[in-house]
Design a protein around this ligand. Structure first.
Ligand code: 5GP
Length: 178
């Protein structure tokens, strides 16, 4: 599982992880958040609240959470046999998945600084009123992630970050005999 504040670069990191490690399978979440300008159409399954709630009520999600007024959920993973599921998830969702699988690896990505995070949020087009909210959420999320025993990685240089995560994943596989 990869968690971290909005704007820290989780999306880029998880895409590189699946490109570099064929043993990983990336789950695509559902969200009721509107698609951002320029965001890939397949970044999420974009749904309205009624569709999301219908899917949730029929038990279609492994976990779901509300984050800043929008719903996000992980469909029950349909990973091909033998692949490890990679989730990009908020810390509330990570806590739920931990409840299902105590061994699940959680990595929390940090931006090099609060200023840098604000700059990244602005440059991806988040509305100004959402930026302060996201910065406050980031501080709370870091505290929860640490309480869940997350591995904290500062995403300064992308290649170095991806290398660190691949090492953590391999170490966890070795520990569980895979
Ligand atoms: P964003 O709006 O920036 O794409 O995502 C907001 C937050 O929701 C991020 O922390 C992201 O990791 C998290 N998120 C994305 N997909 C899921 C999911 O399926 N479940 C949960 N619990 N959080 C998710």
């Amino acid at each position: 599982m990869v968690s971290g504040p909005g704007g820290v670069g989780k999306g880029t990191v998880v895409r590189q992880l699946v490109d570099r490690d064929p043993g990983l399978w990336l789950s695509r979440s559902w969200t009721t958040r509107p698609r951002r300008p320029g965001e890939d159409a397949d970044a999420y399954v974009f749904a309205d609240r009624a569709q999301f709630e219908a899917e949730r009520d029929r038990g279609g999600f492994l976990e779901w959470a509300e984050f800043l007024g929008n719903l996000y959920g992980t469909p029950r993973p349909q990973a091909p046999e033998g692949r490890d599921v990679l989730l990009e998830i908020d810390v509330q969702g990570a806590a739920q998945v931990r409840g299902l699988d105590a061994d699940a690896l959680l990595v929390f990505l940090l931006a090099p600084s609060g200023d840098e995070l604000a700059r990244r949020l602005q440059s991806r087009g988040d509305p100004p009123e959402r930026i302060a909210e996201r910065l406050a959420a980031a501080r709370d999320e870091e505290a929860v992630a640490k309480s869940l025993g997350a591995e904290v990685v500062v995403n300064d240089d992308l290649d170095a970050t991806v290398d660190s995560l691949l090492q953590l994943i391999d170490a966890r596989r070795a520990r569980s005999g895979r």
